[in-house]
Ligand binder design. Structure first.
Ligand code: NAD
Ligand code: WQD
Length: 356
């Protein structure tokens, strides 16, 4: 049964002290999975103690403990040791660099870390007889969409304009080839749309270092007074109000999607690989988000219209019906919930995890 499987399964989570990983671990622990985390801390805060701050908070939320390894996925020997130390049933692979602009400046770093690191991880998994993988992919693999809403059968790889996006596409292709070569492999590719929000406790959330690249954390930092005003990148897109439209999805819904994917992968009729969109199916503009946040936080959000950001697309939102049919998953949290939980996290942790 599913209940028995949960209680008996050990999941290795790479990049587990990051934003999506930490929220997913909360849901895994709530469902009785045993969780082993590895992260090299390149994008998550630690005070130098035994565990990164995000994982201490996860333990506070759940009352459960996780085993943590400060390991880089490109370090084959260290990875292998983790697999030798534990009987791992499946890997959830979040570890990656994710800053689009940075990936244009230092592409090799992105390919080495995201593509090279994933290849090494797959090899070490195979050597240790672990052939179950849930991978953090992205709607970015669809490029500038040819049609909306985007289904999983939309072409991938064609319009990826930056090395980050290409790295996600390349890893997807590598994983498909691995499944073709060896029928024992099971892989689920989860294509996230735009994850936002925070755990309802306000104990964990998105903690960008430096100036946020993404919309929601930027708005939150303006609201809390850390930044002067939001720059709205482009007001002449072919959208209802001229600003970019995206499918924002609450991080807790996204995390639950990972559990559903795991259950699907462990079901007897699942074979080879399959890709699923994780989105709400609804598109909201930049100004919609500013308005919703301003209402929830009960204060004006200062903003100015500026030119388009290079590489941005006008609109992107999911057809999320395949995940509903096959994973039995739908997003249940709306943009008000997303704004409220982001604001709760931002107020409680004005400087992110460093506030503690
Ligand atoms: P994040 O940066 O918060 O988390 C990633 C974690 O991976 C970090 O803790 C970082 O320290 C770690 N890491 C990076 N390289 C590593 C390496 N070589 N070895 C070990 N650990 C390493 O990012 P996130 O937002 O939680 O994203 C998680 C995954 O989801 C990533 O693969 C990302 O590309 C993907 N994704 C994110 C979004 C988004 O908007 N947040 C959207 C689509 C896909
Ligand atoms: C959303 C909208 C901006 C910041 C990126 C990656 C994508 C995925 C998620 C991982 C756009 C506008 C933003 C700001 C703004 N990551 N904006 N002012 O670009 O949809 O996706 O993160 O896979 O690969 O490309 O998300 O949050 O950066 O932007 O006006 O300061 O907000 O132009 O319309 P994006 P975002």
């Amino acid at each position: 049964t599913v209940e028995k499987m949960k209680g008996n399964s050990t999941i290795l989570v790479t990049g587990g002290s990051g934003y999506v990983g930490s929220h997913t671990i909360v849901e895994l622990l709530k469902n009785n999975y045993t969780v082993i985390v590895l992260d090299n801390l390149v994008n998550s805060y630690s005070d130098g103690g035994c565990k990164p701050e995000a994982l201490k908070r996860v333990e506070e939320i759940t009352g459960e403990t996780v085993t943590f390894y400060d390991v880089d996925i490109t370090d084959r020997a260290a990875l292998d040791k983790v697999f030798k130390n534990h009987k791992i049933d499946a890997v959830m692979h979040f570890a990656a660099l994710k800053a689009v602009g940075e990936s244009v400046r230092i592409p090799l770093k992105y390919y080495q870390n995201n593509v090279g690191g994933s290849a090494i991880l797959l090899e070490v998994m195979a050597c240790n007889g672990v052939k179950n993988m849930v991978f953090s992919s992205s709607a970015t693999v669809y490029g500038d969409p040819q049609f909306l809403p985007i289904t999983e059968s939309h072409p991938t790889g064609q319009g990826c304009t930056n090395p980050y996006g290409k790295s996600k596409y390349f890893v997807e292709e590598i994983m498909k080839d691995v499944c073709t070569a060896d029928p024992d492999w099971k892989v689920i590719l989860l294509r996230y749309f735009n994850p936002v929000g925070a755990h309802e406790s306000g104990l964990i959330g998105e903690d960008p270092s430096g100036i946020p690249n993404n919309l929601m954390p930027y708005i939150a930092q303006v609201a809390v007074g850390r930044r002067d005003k939001l720059q709205v990148f482009g007001s002449d897109y072919p959208t209802p109000d001229g600003t970019g439209v995206r499918d924002y999805i609450h991080i807790t819904d996204l995390a639950i999607g990972h559990l559903k994917a795991l259950e699907r992968m462990f079901s007897p009729n699942f074979k080879s690989w399959k890709a699923y969109n994780l989105g709400t199916g609804h598109g909201y503009s930049v100004l919609d988000m500013v308005k919703a946040f301003s209402e929830v936080a009960d204060r004006p959000i200062n903003y100015e219209m500026v030119g388009r950001r290079e590489g941005d697309i006008a609109s992107c939102y999911a057809d999320a019906s395949l995940a509903k049919q096959e994973l039995n998953w739908v997003a249940t949290r709306d943009i008000k919930d997303m704004c409220r939980d982001t604001w709760n996290w931002q107020k409680k942790n004005p400087k992110g995890f460093k506030s503690s």
